[in-house]
Ligand binder design. Structure first.
Ligand SMILES: [Cu+2]
Length: 259
């Protein structure tokens, strides 16, 4: 019986993946814009190598009502979790027409800051609770960032992983199936305080105290990569890998490295 159930689960999962791929391809144009990283001088690694430096700011939301590339009111799926562009203090860029496709220069350092406004749970595989592929394999975590005071409400700390039962989402860039540099970056984004997230959502907004993760990656060769979230956050779908997880412009997008 156990074996039959396992086989059945595999078939059901298989259908989910196939359906997911279909949705993925069909919705590839939800966000057709591009955001270029901002130039910020030079960056020197702990090993003493210097690179041209760029920055990107992103937010992750428990729903799509922030506007931005989904439009006022949240567009087709206002209840889906989503990434979006952030201002320098984690404020939503409500007028942005794009938010999930990034253009960065090849062989450069890119410092990414992500404010995470959603709650979280235990991640399926704690491989993704670890920081991977960043400079030093670390990230700087602020567990509570005060978006009104524009200041850290808790002290920043350097982390190599976060508790696997407190993951909100991840930012994960996958390598290419060619001979270029293989890039793999994955950064877990900790959950914000559950009660505060819920209370803010009920009031029609977002928590004043998101978590904040900052990390730097060295881009490789030119190429069009894909990033996504590896936390199953497609609520209400098989294995929670559908909806926002399998539709570009919510939990995935393009990572375009230009020479
Ligand atoms: Cu996610």
């Amino acid at each position: 019986m156990k074996r039959i159930l396992a086989a059945l689960a595999t078939v059901v999962l298989g259908f989910g993946v196939i359906a997911g791929i279909g949705t993925y391809v069909a919705a590839a144009k939800n966000d057709s814009g591009l955001t270029s990283a901002t130039a910020a001088g030079t960056f020197t690694t702990p090993e003493g190598k210097t690179y041209p430096h760029y920055t990107l700011n992103m937010n992750v939301y428990p729903n799509s009502t922030f506007g931005g590339h989904h439009g006022a009111g949240g567009g087709a799926h206002p209840d889906w979790v989503s990434y979006g562009l952030a201002g320098e203090h984690g404020e939503p860029l409500t007028e942005a027409s794009t938010g999930t496709n990034f253009v960065v220069p090849a062989h450069s350092a890119v410092t990414i800051t992500i404010w995470q406004y959603d709650s979280g749970e235990t991640i399926t595989n704690d491989f993704f609770a670890k920081v991977r592929g960043t400079v030093g394999n670390t990230a700087t975590l602020v567990e509570r960032y005060d978006t009104k005071a524009h200041a850290n409400a808790t002290e920043a700390k350097t982390v190599t992983q976060i508790p696997s039962d407190g993951v909100g989402h991840t930012f994960t860039i996958h390598g290419l199936a060619d001979a270029n540099n293989q890039v793999f970056v994955s950064v877990p984004l900790p959950m914000s305080n559950d009660d505060e997230v819920t209370a803010a959502e009920e009031a029609g907004g977002f928590t004043q105290f998101p978590t904040m993760m900052t990390f730097t990656i060295i881009t490789g060769d030119e190429g069009e990569y894909v990033w996504n979230c590896e936390f199953p956050c497609g609520d209400g779908t098989v294995a929670r890998f559908g909806s926002a997880m399998s539709t570009m412009s919510y939990m995935s997008g393009h990572w375009i490295v230009k020479g």
